[in-house]
Ligand binder design. Structure first.
Ligand SMILES: Nc1ncnc2c1ncn2[C@@H]1O[C@H](COP(=O)(O)OP(=O)(O)OP(=O)(O)O)[C@@H](O)[C@H]1O
Length: 456
């Protein structure tokens, strides 16, 4: 797409000088220049607002400061460069304080200096335009209806809840197995809400060592502890006016649960080693794969914090309970993958569809995505058959997983055995294991924490 031209108004009553500036600026074909001999003529033409105005300080119908004020009233964002015959520091400072972008004195180098100043403004404009474009794109990306696929009744209910959550600031608690789309839902709510222009900050509580987590969340002052060589702003502060998403919130230990509760009650954070309280305005969303209510019953999670965090509860069903959504998702991921990799479009054969429908997907949507992407690479002649869907792990796992839905009781045991097998094989390298099995690191950390698996 060709970028929009930069519109520049030259307001100058000296025709020769105006032509000189125009001649210089039009050397860039992207600059569309118009000339005005009076302030009024320029003010009358603002219905098509320019990006930049060069303003002669002494015009027949007004002084620069007065014209600048009127221009800024009408177009607060326009960049105005005032050009004056006199070098007067006090006038220059006054104009800059009034919002002028720059103040240039008329001499033989003015046209060159104007060229550079305009160049700087154009760079900033390009960044601003890019920023707006990206924000729009991100907003679309996380438009719940677009990013989250699913037609099953459970998903229809989910879309209703996302809409409701996006309309208010209510805390949202999302529960679901690994890879069911908890973070995706949190983003959809954030980007559908009034907070979309500010940051979405995600923190995986299970992935950060306990001793670093407090400073990660609340920040620290320089010298607060060994290694705190500079002040650090915490995630709560980073999420100011936006959303803070605390993933795996059930893994918080008791002392941090107490601190989080205090922060949420006071709506203020205190940096580690700091004395003052800093107010914040972040919307909170939390996620966990655990049943928080039973964590409370078992005495592992504070009841008062539970009620603070519960807000609007959203439960994400495992993929195996979403019926035909498996096929809808598979086809969507296939289409995207083939497009992104310039592959010819692929379709799923009937036996492949049946295999996907029967599989249990312990890694849920994340696993499905990885599986069909691999299948797209393996497939011949644009058709994915059952054999292109290698449900078995490439390394012999110590379980009898045969790729189809096993009995519920044995599923957890099989998952645990597979993860343990890979941890042993890759000498406890969690990143590597997570990548090989296409599961979240947090799932592995969680299994280690629960002593379901060990790093040996
Ligand atoms: N309904 C859906 N439609 C399209 N893509 C989805 C859907 N659900 C999940 N995904 C995709 O699946 C992957 C995993 O999703 P996400 O990270 O949100 O899961 P999670 O539940 O937060 O995982 P974890 O528990 O491991 O943190 C992402 O690539 C996400 O875009």
């Amino acid at each position: 797409m060709t970028p929009a031209p930069i519109s520049i108004f030259i307001v100058e009553d000296n025709t020769w000088y105006a032509e000189l500036l125009e001649y210089k600026l039009t050397q860039n074909p992207d600059y569309a220049v118009r000339r005005f001999a009076t302030a009024q003529a320029c003010l009358d033409s603002l219905s098509e607002p320019p990006d930049i105005i060069t303003l002669d300080y002494t015009l027949p119908d007004g002084r620069g400061d007065e014209v600048l004020r009127r221009l800024k009233e009408r177009l607060p964002d326009v960049a105005v460069i005032v050009i004056s015959a006199q070098e007067d520091i006090r006038t220059a400072v006054g104009l800059l304080q009034q919002g002028a972008y720059d103040y240039l004195v008329k001499d033989e180098e003015t046209a060159d200096r104007l060229w550079y100043t305009v160049g700087n403004i154009v760079q900033q404009l390009a960044l601003r335009r890019e920023n707006t474009r990206l924000r729009k794109q991100i907003g679309q990306k996380y438009d719940a209806k677009r990013a989250i696929r699913g037609h099953s009744p459970a998903m229809a209910q989910l879309f209703t809840l996302i809409d409701k959550a996006a309309r208010t600031n209510i805390t949202v608690s999302i529960v679901g197995e690994t890879g069911t789309g908890k973070e995706l839902v949190a983003k959809a709510i954030h980007y559908g809400s009034d907070r979309r222009e500010a940051a979405f900050v995600a923190v995986n509580v299970a992935a950060i060592p306990r001793e670093l987590l407090e400073s990660e969340l609340f920040g620290h002052e320089k010298g607060a502890f060994t290694g705190a060589i500079a002040r650090r702003v915490g995630r709560f502060e980073e999420a100011h006016r936006g959303t803070l998403f605390l993933d795996e919130v059930a893994e918080l230990d008791f002392s941090l649960q107490a601190k989080l509760l205090r922060v949420l009650q006071e709506r203020e954070v205190c940096r580690v080693g700091g004395t003052g309280a800093i107010p914040f305005d972040a919307r909170l969303m939390v996620a966990t794969h655990r049943d928080l209510a039973s964590e409370v019953r078992e005495g592992r999670f504070r009841e008062d914090l539970y009620y603070r965090l519960l807000g609007l509860p959203i439960e994400l069903p495992p993929l195996r309970d979403r019926g035909d959504d498996v096929l809808l998702l598979a086809e969507g991921f296939l289409h995207e993958f083939c497009q992104q990799n310039s592959l010819a479009a692929c379709t799923l054969s009937e036996d492949a569809r049946q295999k996907l429908l029967r599989y249990s997907f312990p890694g849920n949507v994340r696993e499905l995505k990885a599986l069909v992407e691999l299948a797209a690479v393996l497939a011949e002649n644009g058709t994915i058959t059952a054999t292109d869907l290698p449900l078995r792990s490439p390394h012999p796992a110590p379980s009898g997983l045969d790729g189809t839905l096993p009995a519920d009781e044995s599923l957890r045991a099989q998952t645990t055995a597979i993860v343990q097998h890979y941890l042993d094989r890759y000498e406890g390298n969690i990143l590597e294991v997570a990548a090989k099995l296409q599961i979240g690191k947090s799932t592995i950390y969680r299994m280690i924490q629960n002593q379901e698996v060990q790093v040996r």
